[in-house]
Design a protein around this ligand. Sequence first.
Ligand SMILES: Cc1cc2nc3c(=O)[nH]c(=O)nc-3n(C[C@H](O)[C@H](O)[C@H](O)COP(=O)(O)OP(=O)(O)OC[C@H]3O[C@@H](n4cnc5c(N)ncnc54)[C@H](O)[C@@H]3O)c2cc1C
Length: 421
Amino acid sequence: MLRMVKKVKNLGENRLSADILIVGGGMAGCSLACALAGAGFAVIVLDRVDQSQQTADEFDGRASAIAEAPKKMLEQIRMWRNLGQNFAPILDIRVADGSSPLFLHYDHEDVGEDAFGYMVENRHFRQAVFARLKELNNATYLAPAELKDITYKPEGVQAELSDGRRIKAGLLVGADGRQSQIRQEAGIKLTSWSYHQTGIVLTVDHEIPHHNVAHEHFLAAGPFAILPLPGEGGQNNRSSIVWTEKDELVEDIMALPEKEFAREFNQRFGDFLGEVKFIGPRWTYPLTLQYAETSIAERMVLVGDASHGMHPIAGQGLNMGLRDVAALAEVLTDARRLGLDIGTASVLDQYEQWRRFDNTLMLAMTDGLNRLFSNDIAPLKLARDIGLAAVNKAGPLKKVFMRHAMGSTGNLPRLLKGEAL
Ligand SMILES: Cc1cc2nc3c(=O)[nH]c(=O)nc-3n(C[C@H](O)[C@H](O)[C@H](O)COP(=O)(O)OP(=O)(O)OC[C@H]3O[C@@H](n4cnc5c(N)ncnc54)[C@H](O)[C@@H]3O)c2cc1C
């Protein structure tokens, strides 16, 4: 299909003009920029953090489980190929409730050929998406760049940066994460609560290969996840750990001398992967739920964590952000094909309607799972163990859960089906 490609305009005197300005060049913001620029829009992305800092080993430490459907989109927007070998497929998921012998076992072959998802270190995701952005000559990435002021007008937005640059655009996207300045300045209400839990994130090498199995152990303080990564030299002996702990214990755990930390760790990790070696630093992430009352306002739209932040229990936060990206890119592309102004309420409303149910459902699901499993109240434990065993035996119900984990349920935008925009 012939595509009209518009370029970012330099209007002189530090003034730039684009179709779309994305504030926040994280994983969601940059994926959106690639999708939109690939569809011919002139896009500017800005981030307050420099790219080299965002891809440095010590910046993030997390790895993300990318579900099959968002992976199809990342292939379609030509970001995935830049990952090279830096991903590990998840072929099996094993869920255990503490030391209970009852567990849930998901095998990808029960629903077809595709893997459930793919583990990608966040720094590798960022490197790959930045590399794709560089290839697109109608996308401009500005960093470090700080927003000073935004003016919303019926015909467009004007942003002023603290270094004096001015940017005009037809639509502003807030992809600026949980503390979103764009959301706050638009006066959008936020519902939020703390789980009083913290995710301790680290990477380990282990003696025995993981065989691409992801493990989730539900412990009383919260889930303990062991997620397969590609090891050095293609060996399957590296895993990313998300150890959920009660807030009040985290400071002490992080301050433990190496041997004692290892003892605490091994009590939770077990010995099924043999001897373990810690790789690199450890990070902590306070766990909260938050949800913006709406993700649209005049000439403005929110995507990713700026709109919804959830518990990592099911590894779905970024996946939901990527589903936002796919839906928004489709709505905007279709509107332009019809000759509509992409920043108008009727266009943005289609995005809001499309994403609200899916995001609300996932927020409720992750919240409910965490409440159900992060305790050792005896009757609850018995009920959930019976539930896990029942789901494990009930073929059709299990398949529904599996397809959900792969992100292939619901009214999917074209990009999530691996189709062009
Ligand atoms: C422990 C843990 C494990 C997780 N595991 C998974 C998983 O396995 N799978 C999954 O799908 N999700 C997972 N998540 C969730 C996932 O990490 C987030 O949903 C995702 O990082 C959000 O991406 P984002 O681009 O929306 O926001 P962010 O990553 O927060 O990016 C926002 C960007 O905006 C920039 N910014 C902020 N404010 C401004 C400003 N005013 N001006 C300019 N720039 C600004 C920031 O510098 C940043 O680059 C996990 C989360 C945690 C805590």
